[in-house]
Ligand binder design. Structure first.
Ligand code: ZN
Length: 572
């Protein structure tokens, strides 16, 4: 990708370039070396666990202006990558250069892995370093590396006037002459942000869709003002275009010190009308699905809003935070509570990324778990529909319970049990809802059966790395529940699992009923008991997991749009 030199805010940009150079000199990068205990072969093996997958969407019928917008968005995305690398660690650009220049035999593999992980720490191995750089600072590149959370608390105690600036989403903390200062993103990353803003403005100018242009323009302005509110609102209002861009500082996971600082990232995606129509068919039946929940009528939540702003898109490019490590298949934004209050939030499901993971991860798992014949019949569409219904099901069922006369969210009543139960609920209510929609004629029985079968294989995918995390535990719970009721059986001779279709549907409905009742009554004790009995990986399940070791852990996206884009930028 070639960037044109920045034409705006050059003066501000130059100071930052000089500061960055000074910085790099100070910690002048030594020749890169592998971390202790990491061998060159390990690195190659780790890279192999991430299956390369071409990610693309049909672009043949795009109009000329749409191609210009996409081309600018992809280039602006690459700028998000640059900034994110700095947010992870300011030594990253220098180390990357050094890796590229190194003639060590492992340097090429290390550079490839560095690019996947956006730095020298392995995001799939608890952020252990694979290059000899020491442990990752918990505050990433957002804070002085030696600053602890306690230090920061002590500072804020003494300087309450700093609280807002220091704990905001869009600033970094630096030490200057022994004192802590906050530097807004617009200053810290002024030069790259100016380039990104120019690209977004060019895209806005090319756009023939006003809502899209409004988002791109207001986002460019936010890069310069650090005020993202208006552009978050504009993002919620994008309509009437198949281009779905999401670009800017969003998630705070990279800040393991305080969970406060937002990381730059980008999704460039295209929506297609067939997927949208199918999704509308599901969304318009949310009230019916609530009515048909397997729960007493008094617990049904028919007064709630059934607006469910979910979109299904195909990604053509991602960058920054979301590109690093494990690939996202859905996101829900914005995070700003003020926007959520005013406009709600939007969940975006990435269909082609889901498809790539289905092909490279779920399909081989299904063949191992269910056997070659049954495994080969597991199809993408039923599985993806179940995934969509999982997301919609988060919006079904009890939201509040009354505790001592006060209405509190279910999550508060169930406390530490809540996430596992809520994830299990979304799975079982989603599958149950698929049956309801089949009765309505939206799907046939074979489709529903295929969804259950794919889901059974998917339970193994979810527990592959343990049942400590909510999704893994929810999967263990469902397997254990169905197993005890004889709905899933092991063919000892062939070492594969099979579901009794009717019994599996029944067991699924019973578990849905139990979880919904626990949520409706805020039954903390029953929630704990359910997790204790079922929230562990059963031995039958555990025995099969070693056979899944060769299945890729995740995919490594290869964005083919880049190869076609060369001629798209002209025409302004
Ligand atoms: Zn969920």
């Amino acid at each position: 990708m070639h960037f044109r030199p920045p034409t705006r805010r050059l003066a501000a940009g130059m100071t930052v370039i000089l500061m960055t150079l000074a910085c790099e000199n100070r910690s002048s990068t030594p020749a890169p070396a592998l971390a202790d205990g990491v061998a060159a072969e390990d690195l190659a093996a780790r890279l192999d666990r991430l299956a390369p997958a071409e990610i693309d969407a049909p672009t043949a019928d795009l109009e000329a202006w749409e191609k210009i917008v996409l081309e600018r968005l992809v280039r602006a995305s690459d700028v998000m990558n640059e900034i994110f690398l700095l947010q992870v660690w300011d030594g990253n650009p220098g180390l990357r250069e050094a890796l590229r220049a190194s003639d060590e035999p492992w340097a090429e593999t290390a550079a490839a892995y560095f690019d996947v992980m956006a730095g020298p720490w392995d995001r799939i191995e608890d952020n252990e370093p694979f290059l000899d750089v020491g442990p990752k600072p918990p505050g990433a590149g957002y804070y002085p590396a030696d600053l602890t959370s306690a230090d920061l608390d002590a500072w804020l105690e003494q300087h309450p006037e700093d609280r807002e600036a220091f704990t905001g989403y869009f600033s970094v903390l630096r030490r200057e002459h022994g004192t802590l200062i906050s530097v807004p993103y617009s200053a810290e990353y002024a030069e790259p942000l100016a380039r990104a803003a120019t690209l977004l403005r060019e895209a806005a100018e090319a756009s023939e869709n006003a809502s899209l242009a409004r988002y791109l323009e207001s986002r460019a302005a936010a890069f310069e003002s650090d005020d993202y509110f208006a552009s978050d609102v504009a993002w919620m209002d994008i309509e009437g275009t198949r281009i779905e861009p999401t670009i800017g500082p969003y998630e705070v996971y990279e800040d393991a010190l305080r969970g406060a600082k937002a990381a730059f990232e980008s999704f460039v995606a295209l929506a297609d009308s067939a997927a949208a129509a199918e999704l509308d068919g599901l969304k318009s039946r949310m009230r019916l699905l609530e009515e048909r929940l397997p729960i007493e009528d008094r617990y049904k939540n028919l007064d709630r809003g059934f607006e469910s702003p979910i979109r299904v898109v195909d990604v053509v490019y991602t960058a920054g935070d979301t590109r690093a490590g494990v690939q996202t298949i859905a996101f829900n934004l914005p995070n700003d509570e003020r926007v959520r209050d005013e406009k709600g939030s939007k969940k975006v499901m990435l269909r082609n990324v889901s498809r790539a993971k289905f092909d490279r991860i779920l399909t081989p798992i299904a063949r191992t778990v269910l056997g070659e014949t049954a495994g080969a019949e597991v199809r993408f569409e039923p599985w993806f529909t179940a995934v969509l219904l999982h997301e919609l099901a988060h919006g079904l069922g009890p939201g509040f319970v009354s505790v001592d006369g006060a209405e509190v969210p279910v999550s508060r009543a169930l406390r530490e049990h809540n996430s596992s139960l809520e994830e299990a609920k979304a799975d079982v209510v989603g599958l149950h809802s698929l049956g309801v929609l089949a009765e309505e004629g939206l799907f046939d029985d074979a489709f529903v059966r295929a969804a259950y079968t794919a889901h059974l294989a998917d339970l193994f995918r979810s527990v592959r790395f343990g049942a400590e995390e909510a999704h893994g535990q929810a999967a263990a719970m469902q397997f254990g529940w169905a197993w005890e009721r004889g709905a899933i059986r092991l063919d000892e001779e062939r070492g594969v699992f099979a579901a009794d279709p009717d019994a599996y549907v029944r067991a699924n409905r019973e578990l849905a009923g139990e979880i919904l009742r626990i949520q409706a009554e805020g039954d903390y004790a029953a929630a704990g008991a359910l997790r204790e009995s079922y929230g562990v990986v059963r031995p039958e399940m555990a025995a099969l997991l070693p056979a899944l070791e060769d299945v890729p852990v995740d995919i490594r996206p290869v964005y083919t749009i880049v190869d076609r884009m060369a001629g798209w930028g002209q025409g302004r």
